[in-house]
Design a binder for this molecule. Sequence first.
Ligand SMILES: [Zn+2]
Length: 486
Amino acid sequence: MNPGTEIQLYNSMGRALVPLTPLREGSVRLYSCGLTVYSDPHLGNLRPYVFSDSLRRLLEWKGYAVEQVVNITDVGHAVGDGDEGEDKVEWTARAQRVTPQEVAEHYTALFFQDLEAVNVLPAHHSPRASAYVEQMIEFAKVIEKHGYTYLLPAGLYFDTAKSPGYGKLALMPNAGQLEGGRVSSEGKRSPADFAIWRSDPPDQRRIMRWDSPWGPGVPGWHLECSVMSISLLGPHFDIHTGGVDHRQIHHVNEIAQSEAYLQDGQDWVPIWMHNEFLLQGGAKISKSAGKMPTLRDLTSDGYPAMAFRYFLLTGHYRSQMDLTDQGLQSALSSARRLAHRVAALGPLPDIRTYEQARSGLGENALAVLNSIDAAMSEDLNTPRVLADLQVALRSADLARDELAVLAAAALWLLGLDLSTLAEEPASESGAPEGIAAEQVEALVRAREQARTSKQWGEADRLREELAALGVQVIDTAEGSRWSIAP
Ligand SMILES: [Zn+2]
């Protein structure tokens, strides 16, 4: 049923490659922690979604029915990521003199635009945290009933000492280390304990607030993901993804409270996957690092969004990547060369699964397909898929229609939409920077036709046009040849 190489994923829980065994046969349920929508999504914010999109594409490639949730955090995430302090969305609202709803809508729209621009398949569900507060209160009541909480003036707290295996994901069984260095609410039993419900501070009235059995306030950030994932995907689902920064606290706390809620003796989610950071000049791209390029910054610098996706795919998702101009430039050139090679194959077939791709391929092409499939199946080795595709496109052993199948398959798996790049220059094809080889060929052909029909004026004009592009035409007995003028 599951064709090709068996999928192996690197599970942060246990830090090892594990085979994927879906909880329900034939389908995979996937939750990817979403964005807190309070500022321009920067390039570092997009890496987790290109990663989870690669994962989703692999699962669909293998024929699984995938259900994916990417949430939108529009309330509850405090500035500084801790339990205290102003809500991030409210903070922006106050600074911009608009409502928190307007802030959330504005940045959610930008986030969706960016995801579309880098060709991330839309999630099946994009729940807003603010729409799930009633469920969050019900969830917290159950945890309280199960005896995992205690009440402080700052809110309802989760007692991590009651949670067996707390911190296992972070490889930090000594839970006390987890929130080291952070401001602790008065009365917390352990620094690792965290707010499930954050009460309104006495001196401050939040704009977004809900009544609860523990007084008016907002849900804790960690609680949101537990509630939205369980509400939409069921008590247990297959894979939970996020940035590696979530591995230490956010996901640890999601696990603790979900298992306290479910109380069924099972691991909440079997597979946890985390992408590494995107760095800039060796520093993580984030608020604290200062400068944060966005996708709009890149496109206004002349890099199409697809060059950024290509750049990310040249690294493994579990490797840190450094974003440099040189790296982006090189990704753009490679993506354009690939676009030209693929454009020469004509319209590609619509191929989205291994099953579709393999039928009709000869032995050599099937070997390439299996190599691409194996690379992707072995923990999403996108750099190897790109390399396999490049090698295949240069191969003399493969028929054009087989190449078209292989290209369609690899590009779908990688989520590379090259249509936006094909008209752009291709330096490797022999054409000078700034003109496509096809454009030069067309001019050369037009000039040959003009010469054949003895339209000397037109032929000379075309020769000048080519010269202006830096192309030298040499007329031979076999026809015209062209080269780049030295
Ligand atoms: Zn989350």
